[in-house]
Write a protein that binds this ligand. Structure first.
Ligand code: AMP
Ligand code: GLY
Length: 438
């Protein structure tokens, strides 16, 4: 069998998880990576890792041709926005990760809201899109105290401001809208939902979808969901592939919204979405609502899902690019997972950089994932964003949490993590919250 040469674009813990799973495949392969930092975990698994501009389509195509790559996996969203997938398909190289038009599902909030409305897909809020202040006050008055203002573009999770949380009056909302306009931006104002958030990611080959277990992320930096928003401090999933605060209908609705969205995209653009469709949902008293889409694996969600994926990941990726996903059975172990990130002191607003960390006390090193760290003179140096993540796997969330907590606490250096993620106390709080709402 011919050796498949596979290129990974990106170098966080998500891409480390993808590399590991590809490396575990029984199919003959050779792995390459175009990275933004010298991730030591990825470096160990690759024939070559090069630090280059991951958002430059021409550069990536040239590298892929030079190395005779036949499959590219795009990890983060920015290269999708830059048209990396389009350029690779044009050069007849297969890609997991949608083309630029289809990636608008993540890159434009207005596009997503309009797609849902146009195709009558349930789960959308009342919303309006704006490129001036005309009508802003009227729409805020219509929504009352429950509104969200979203900058219409990629902002690394910092473009969304929620009433009661970041915005405390219509006056503050108007100031934020004006701030966006002053930077030549556009924005969406939408109805605020109340409930519990969860992620449901689906592998998608354009027509067929295979769903992953539901996962809950924790966006706030500090315990009890306080502090600034981050890329995600940690995540958990349950052995049932649902979550303790969800009912079966919630999972069915989320899967159905992902499926309807994939067919709407196929219909709109005349070609299918090939990649990971990540629905960010909220379970509410009125069923499941769609908060946002991402056009890639979640980070940390990828570590939870891929750690329990039983099916060969290369087989899944080939089925995505070839449009044969329907023919394969995508299975996950019935295990619970808890992932916790260790992040630099001061993260996310003023992270310490350039400081050494030591992971030598971590017992199960194959469940430790490297993110924003560089290997310098054989020492691990923090590069400023989320540093390392550990995934505990067990029969229950409680046991998986204990493992993840023990292991991430054993990492030495100026970092911190959230000890509350995955604990019984936090999970019971979520369950009670949903019981009250229902
Ligand atoms: P997004 O980048 O669209 O996921 O928004 C970031 C965060 O803002 C989400 O994870 C939610 O916590 C919150 N959010 C966004 N839209 C809404 C909404 N319509 N109702 C309530 N919360 C929202
Ligand atoms: N965990 C949130 C994200 O990947 O966007």
């Amino acid at each position: 069998m011919k050796v498949q040469k596979i290129l990974i674009v990106g170098s966080g813990a998500r891409e480390h998880a993808i590399c590991r799973k590809i490396n575990e495949s029984s199919l003959p392969k050779e792995i390459f990576c175009i990275a933004s930092n010298m991730n030591p975990g990825i470096a160990e698994l690759c024939s070559e890792i090069v630090v280059k501009n991951i958002n430059d389509p021409g550069l990536i195509v040239e590298y892929a041709k030079q190395k005779d790559i036949s499959l590219v996996i795009v990890g983060p969203e920015n290269p999708l926005y830059a048209g990396v997938s389009d350029a690779l398909w044009d050069a007849k190289i297969k890609v997991v990760g949608p083309k630029k038009n289809l990636a608008q599902i993540e890159t434009s909030k207005a596009f997503t809201r309009e797609l849902l409305a146009e195709y009558k897909i349930p789960g959308g809020p009342k919303y309006q899109t704006f490129n001036s202040m005309n009508g802003v006050s009227d729409f805020l008055n219509e929504l009352g105290d429950a509104y969200v203002v979203k900058y219409d573009g990629l902002a690394g999770g910092k473009g969304v401001k929620v009433a009661g949380d970041h915005l405390h009056s219509h006056h503050e909302a108007v100031l934020y809208c004006q701030e966006i306009l002053d930077k030549n931006g556009e924005f969406v104002i939408e109805e605020q939902f109340f409930g519990e958030e969860f992620s449901l990611m689906s592998f998608c080959d354009g027509r067929s979808l295979k769903h992953m277990p539901a996962i809950q992320d924790h966006k706030r930096a500090y315990e009890n969901d306080t502090g600034p928003n981050t890329g995600g401090m940690g995540t958990y999933s349950d052995a049932s592939h649902s979550l303790p605060f969800l009912i079966p209908k919630d999972i069915e609705e989320a899967c159905s919204i992902n499926k309807q969205t994939a067919s709407a995209l196929q219909n709109k653009f005349g070609e299918g979405y090939k990649g990971i469709l990540y629905g960010g949902f909220m379970a509410t008293e009125n069923g499941v609502k769609l908060i946002e889409y991402n056009a890639r694996f979640g980070d940390p969600e990828a570590m939870n899902a891929l750690s329990i994926l039983e099916t060969d990941l290369i087989e899944v990726f080939n089925a995505i690019t070839d449009g044969t996903l329907e023919k394969i059975d995508v299975r996950f172990q019935n295990k619970a997972t808890v992932c916790k990130y260790g992040v630099p002191e001061g993260y996310p607003n003023a992270p310490v950089k350039g400081k050494k960390i030591d992971v030598s006390a971590v017992k199960e090193s194959d469940r430790l994932f490297y993110a924003s760290v560089d290997l310098v003179n054989n020492e691990l140096i923090q590069a400023g964003s989320r540093a390392v993540a550990f995934v505990g796997i067990a029969d229950s969330i409680t046991e998986a949490e204990a493992i993840a907590e023990r292991e991430i606490s054993s990492v030495r250096g100026p970092l911190f993590h959230r000890a509350d993620i995955g604990t019984d106390a936090v999970i019971q709080k979520r369950v009670k919250h949903m019981q009250r709402l229902r």
